[in-house]
Write a protein that binds this ligand. Structure first.
Ligand code: DPP
Ligand code: ZN
Length: 880
């Protein structure tokens, strides 16, 4: 495939000011008439390039006359048109077949309704067009469809006309006054029901809000509507951003490659991120909906009003918008818990990506398939980099910067450099060095050592910049590192020094490969315990020789909640990794008791959440008690990842903790019960979350009484959160109760695909190594469909990422099954196939037998005549 390079960027040689589109919608042979006003950009006599993919061109006219044959050259990826005047109008008619569009890219059908997905390069599958984000046009869209089957006709912008036609069809016209790139185009036509509300903007304009769904889902839209209204208010209050059209519509569809899409005035969502009522959706779903609705809404400014010049700038809109939605969620709920979730994702998805063959900078420099770059690096590391701007500048200065950015670049397609330059104008630190965060892949490691010199505490920092393919340069980064110190009683120690005023905590800005900071300690103070990277101020790995005592102390007394969680997690990891190493050295499984410090910390946390006075936030405690995932434990090993030992050590520790604290767990289970009707609010969500952890620990033990607790909750709860938590707890061990519960659940929810996704995912986690029969049964289950991305993510995605022991079965059976699915999917939806395949990327970290088998599967995916360019890029890079 061809490599696209940032260095090759050239401005468009023609601009399109207006686009007039008329769709006559049909499952096959949709007629797309487009009229483009073309304007030469600069003086040159190059031809105009129009991208096109799987289109049938019926006619093309220049200013109302057929174009001379020698002026048009049709290639398989577009049209080249020569001899154009400085300004002209091109009119074309194309045909497309939505019902056959299995890639879910361009115009397609979902549940019989028409919808579109154009980002990044789907518009070229609708009509010929310069399908690049730096061509901004005003769109006027006419939709014509059969009125009985498609009563709803939606597109971007404001509605301007709608009327019936004589032949049973009807027509609607939409006009979007804001110039936009083609990737923000959208249409929806179908048999949908809607709920409506209004929002009055800061300047007093009334916006009509609509959420459109399939008729049977109409009772599941309220939470999304509330989330939208909150988002609109938040963006006004926080960033001074007001909405700019008369209407804002959201549509939920079942078949969608991504989470959602921010098309101007017409967001299209994966139904997973809209539909919720308490009987079918969990607290986790409610939170996901709130944040994704916010994310897409916030794009109206960070993405739509100010858009990207080219796709190398993707993080300009995504990193910034993720940061915005993260802060929104933090304001709506618990800030510390939100931060924990963000860091979990970063550590479990982005750090591994950054350490493997798919590593790329936040601003990539080249790609084969841009679809492969909607990654945790571009989104989540990108958000961390914006967060560092925010932390380094302080909120008010940062806000001055964003105001300036929106003002200066409104209506333009710009670059990450434009954002950096605007922020840098406000900054009093070395922004040149800060740019490395955008350009250099890999996660920096900060090694921290402490020592006492006289009355001084000296802390030595050393930056290690890991080698990444194609990026040898290892110059240091600018790293803002939050730090505090505690004495052995857990009291904060003032960090006073030449540049400090004795604050108990501070943020050090590190900028050299090696540097030391000196702090004066109170007389007689011993060597304090350091709390590092507080609140996760920098997306780095911190290496420091903490021992269990230090960590237990921080877990109990750190004044930074995030670092209390981090200390507890490090303590757990320390224990697990030690056991695994011991097992390796001894050659068999060590007899190890539950370490004192860890056990006490666990007990303290649990007590703090149920104590009546000044108790801790149960939600926070739930995060602490969640054991690190097997994948994250695996990250602690660089070679020959001990897949089975990791699983065993984790299961064993869970049992030991449960055994030791079973009485307190039972007590907590009773105390944390939530009374009354389901409410999605911080208090209730927190109690349910901790109660789920508690029930999970209890059911790690083989005890009928604890199973009964789960079965009762499953049968009595009136909401999906508690029911599914109970089912999850039961799933931890084989039992008759478990099997009956799983079966009954599947029977009860068989007609609800989103609920069945949860069931499929849970089943995928339970599959034992080499159990081909169960995998075959799940694949054949009526709830599964390989054509639907949500189903694929639930079953294939969860099996490969959430069940390491079975995926990495040493026989290779897990690899083979997943690779078979990927190859099948690649035949109709390459984007999803490529995404699924990234799980094979880091095969080199596994032992010889596993590594060979994983590599073999990658070769099998790649060595097919019809391997897609999407999958070929992922598999090719993994094999390099
Ligand atoms: N731009 C979308 C989002 O991140 C993805 N297609 O919201
Ligand atoms: Zn986005």
């Amino acid at each position: 495939a061809q490599t696209v390079r940032l260095a090759d960027y050239r401005p468009p040689n023609y601009l399109i000011d207006h686009v007039d589109l008329t769709f006559e919608l049909a499952a096959r042979g949709t007629r797309v008439e487009s009229s483009l006003t073309v304007r030469r950009n600069g003086s040159h006599d190059e031809s105009l390039w129009l991208d096109g993919d799987e289109l049938t061109l019926e006619s093309i006219e220049l200013d109302g006359k057929p174009l001379a044959a020698e002026q048009v050259e049709e290639r398989d990826n577009g049209l080249s048109i020569s001899g154009l005047p400085d300004r002209c109008t091109l009119t074309m008619v194309c045909r497309v077949d939505p019902v056959d569009n299995t890639k879910l890219d361009g115009l397609y059908q979902s549940s019989g309704n028409f919808c579109t997905q154009c980002e990044p390069e789907g518009f070229r599958r609708i009509t010929f067009f310069p399908d690049r984000p730096d061509v901004l046009s005003r769109y006027r869209v006419t939709l014509i469809a059969d009125k009985a089957s498609c009563p709803v006709l939606l597109s971007n912008g404001n509605p301007v006309e709608s009327r019936d036609l004589e032949d049973g069809r009807h027509l609607a016209v939409w006009d979007d006054p804001h110039p936009k790139p083609s990737y923000l185009f959208a249409l929806v036509a179908g048999d949908l029901k809607s709920i409506h509300d209004q929002f009055t903007t800061a300047s007093g304009r009334t916006i009509d809000l609509g959420i459109y769904v399939e008729p049977h889902n109409i009772d599941r839209c309220d939470h999304a509507m509330r989330s939208l209204i909150k988002s609109m208010a938040w963006d006004e209050e926080t960033y001074g951003r007001e909405y700019d059209l008369d209407v804002f519509n959201i549509v939920a569809v079942d078949d969608f490659n991504m989470g959602a899409m921010e098309n101007k005035g017409l967001n299209i969502f994966n139904s997973k991120f809209i539909l919720a009522r308490s009987e079918t959706a969990t607290d986790h779903d409610y939170e996901g909906i709130e944040s994704v609705v916010a994310h897409e809404y916030f794009h109206n400014w960070s993405g739509n009003r100010v858009t990207c010049r080219d796709w190398f700038q993707l993080s300009l809109k995504e990193g910034f918008t993720v940061f915005r939605d993260q802060e929104f969620s933090a304001d709506m709920g618990s800030r510390a818990v939100k931060r924990i979730e963000e860091v979990n994702l970063l550590r479990q998805v982005q750090f591994p990506e950054d350490a493997g063959p798919q590593a790329h900078p936040v601003q990539p420099k080249e790609y084969e398939q841009i679809n492969n770059f909607y990654t945790a690096t571009v989104y989540n590391k990108g958000a961390e980099v914006v967060r560092m701007w925010h932390n380094l500048l302080g909120w008010e200065t940062f806000r001055r910067g964003t105001d300036r950015y929106f003002e200066r670049f409104d209506g333009q397609a710009v670059t990450i450099e434009d954002f950096i330059d605007t922020m840098a104008e406000q900054a009093d630190f070395d922004t040149a060095q800060f740019r490395r965060w955008y350009d250099r892949a890999g996660t920096p490691i900060v090694h921290v050592k402490k020592r006492i010199e006289g009355n001084d505490l000296v802390v030595d920092f050393r930056q290690e910049i890991p080698a990444v393919a194609g990026q040898e340069d290892d110059a240091p980064f600018l790293i803002p590192l939050g730090i505090a110190a505690f004495d052995r009683d857990g009291k904060p120690v003032s960090l006073s020094g030449p540049d400090r005023n004795g604050e108990p905590q501070t943020t050090l800005v590190l900028s050299k490969t090696e540097e030391s900071r000196r702090f004066t300690l109170p007389a007689g103070a011993g060597l304090p315990v350091l709390s590092l990277n507080r609140g996760f101020t920098a997306p780095v790995k911190v290496e420091h020789d903490y021992d269990a005592t230090d960590l237990a102390l921080l877990a109990g007394s750190d004044t930074d909640e995030f670092n209390r969680w981090d200390a507890y997690q490090r303590l757990v990891l320390l224990t697990l990794v030690e056991r695994i190493h011991q097992a390796e050295e001894q050659g068999d499984w060590p007899e190890s008791g539950l370490p004192e410090g860890l056990s006490a910390a666990f007990g303290r946390l649990l007590h703090s959440a149920v104590s009546t006075q000044g108790g801790a936030d149960p939600r926070f405690v739930a995060e602490c008690l969640t054991l690190p995932s097997e994948n994250y434990i695996a990250e602690q090993f660089h070679q020959d990842v001990p897949v089975d030992a990791i699983h065993r050590a984790r299961v064993e520790l869970r049992e030991q903790l449960a055994n030791e604290w079973s009485q307190t767990l039972v007590l907590a289970f009773e105390k944390l019960a939530v009374d009354g009707e389901y409410r999605f609010d911080g208090v209730d969500v927190g109690r349910r979350a901790l109660r789920a952890q508690v029930l999970g620990y209890l059911n790690a033990l083989d005890h009928p009484a604890w199973r009964r607790l789960a079965v009762e909750q499953l049968e009595e709860a009136d909401n999906m959160t508690e029911r599914f938590n109970a089912l999850t707890a039961l799933s931890l061990r084989a039992s008759d109760e478990r099997d009956q519960a799983l079966e009954a659940f599947a029977e009860e929810w068989k007609d609800d695909p989103l609920v069945m996704d949860k069931w499929l995912a849970l089943r995928a986690r339970m599959v034992e190594p080499d159990d081909a029969e169960t995998l075959a049964a799940l694949e054949a289950h009526p709830a599964f469909s390989i054509r639907n991305p949500n189903r694929v993510r639930a079953l294939v995605g969860t099996f490969s990422r959430g069940n390491p022991v079975a995926f990495h079965a040493s026989t290779g059976s897990g690899y083979r099954w997943v690779a078979d699915k990927i190859i099948e999917i690649d035949g109709f939806n390459p984007q999803i196939a490529a995404r699924m395949a990234t799980v094979f990327s880091r095969w080199r970290r596994y032992d010889g037998g596993r590594a060979d088998r994983m590599r073999g599967e990658l070769e099998r995916m790649l060595d097919r005549r019809d391997c897609s360019t999407d999958l070929a890029e992922i598999a090719g890079k993994a094999l390099k």
